[in-house]
Design a protein around this ligand. Structure first.
Ligand SMILES: *Cc1c(COP(=O)(O)O)cnc(C)c1O
Length: 416
């Protein structure tokens, strides 16, 4: 055999097959690859998974049906599926220091659904961050199962400081006697005080569910406090800062393990996605190493530097700064609202979201440093991003080229 194997080898061969068979899809995948590489990916929930994670996702384990759990499947031929799930769960419990990890949830939302299914009955009262302040859809949106099946009470954040008001949480807990309290948010840039939430939950006899979809990747790298010692159940995603495949997981103590497992399968899901579970195992393996620890800390450093530089460009930081990968900012001082700002930034190749603000009903901007840090960007590049941000928001039409000059120096994947 004289085949030359390069790191792009197998992937390139698969790309060739797809291109011959289905050029429309091959073209759009190439376009997406280009879009991700040339723009600045600042969506706080996104990241670039490693080629190893992508390899597991694109493997024939995708073909395998594996309802049930390792050693107790409803299908035959699960010997490798069982190994993959055992390794993923062992790595997760070691990484997060918990007794039990269920790695089957298809998404962060599925993980939250499983947590509710494990602990609650329809009609139960749940106290969670209000959606207008950064609660997730699964924290009681009327458009979501959570708002339909449970009685949600929302806590807010202080309009001035943007911070969670633990006195208010405690007062609402005493008044409404919830069955569970949920702590976690899609846009809160500060560490949550899990011990304070635990004390409030204990006072009223409620379960504490931490929806750590965002910070779990920082927790894995030792760059944020862990909810594991405090919460009865921790729900998380694997694809945000954690940099694994798109998916979810549930962490808990030994006493809730059976309830959590039954809540995932058969209560809310069918067959597990074994290729994704193998990819989760790869990501947990990566996250256990020193390079990932350094990465997680750099993500936070970059967010602090970027937040400060954005304030220098005139944006208002809603909590005055950040402890995490997340930045929330109000562009109003520059004379634009969040939606207009997002549009101008998108035109310049800077992709991010709007978010709720703790005051008024204008939208702010939510961005994160997980993806740009994976690309290898550091302090100097954060300063540059803030400059480009300011220019785009002030209506400078020539920012796109400067964005591409910057991203061109930090390709997310090796060139094909
Ligand atoms: C991202 C997120 C989720 C949901 O994750 P999906 O994988 O999109 O379902 C749930 N809760 C919070 C707080 C999140 O940030």
């Amino acid at each position: 055999m004289t085949t030359v194997s390069t790191s792009a080898g197998p992937a390139a061969a698969v790309d060739d097959v797809l291109r011959r068979q289905d050029p429309a899809i091959a073209d759009l995948l190439a376009g997406e690859r280009q879009r991700q590489a040339t723009g600045l990916q600042l969506i706080a929930a996104e990241n670039f998974t490693s080629p190893a994670v992508l390899a597991a996702l694109g493997s024939p384990l995708a073909n395998k049906y594996a309802e049930g759990y390792p050693g107790a499947r409803h299908h035959g031929g699960c010997e490798y599926a069982d190994l993959a799930e055992r390794i993923a769960a062992e790595r997760a419990t070691a990484l997060f220091g918990c007794d039990h990890a269920n790695v089957q949830p298809h998404s962060g939302s599925a993980a939250v659904l499983a947590a509710y299914a494990a602990l609650l009955r329809p009609g139960d009262t749940v106290l969670a961050m209000g959606l207008a302040y950064g609660g997730h859809l699964t924290h009681g949106s009327p458009a979501n199962f959570s708002g339909r099946w449970f009685e949600f009470v929302g806590y807010g954040v202080d309009a001035e400081s943007g911070l969670v008001d633990y006195e208010q949480v405690a007062a609402l807990a005493r008044r409404h006697r919830p069955k569970a309290i949920v702590c976690g948010s899609i846009s809160y840039p500060r560490h949550l005080d899990y011990a304070a939430f635990r004390a409030i939950a204990d006072e009223v006899g409620a379960y504490l569910i931490a929806d750590a979809a965002h910070p779990i990747g920082l927790v894995a790298g030792g760059a944020a406090p862990s909810p594991v010692p405090y919460a009865d159940i921790v729900c998380a995603t694997t694809h945000k800062v954690l940099r694994g495949p798109r998916g979810g997981m549930v962490l808990c103590g030994a006493e809730l393990a059976d309830r959590v497992d039954r809540a995932v399968f058969p209560f809310t899901q069918g067959g597990a996605q074994m290729h994704t579970i193998a990819a989760k195992a790869v990501a947990f393996g990566e996250a256990a190493g020193p390079a990932y620890t350094a990465y997680a800390h750099q993500v936070v450093t970059n967010a602090r530097v970027l937040a400060e530089a954005l304030a220098g460009e005139g944006l208002h930081l809603t909590t005055g700064g950040t402890d995490t990968h997340l930045i929330t900012a109000d562009p109003a001082p520059l004379g634009v609202d969040g939606r207009t700002a997002r549009g101008r930034l998108a035109a310049a190749g800077m992709v991010l979201d709007t978010c709720a603000l703790p005051y008024g009903d204008q939208r702010g901007l939510r961005l994160g440093t997980a993806a740009v840090t994976t690309q290898g960007m550091g302090r100097a590049e954060m300063a540059r991003i803030a400059e480009l941000f300011g220019a785009a928001l002030r209506g400078d039409g020539a920012v796109r080229d400067r964005v591409e000059e910057l991203t061109g120096r930090f390709p997310p994947y090796p060139p094909e």
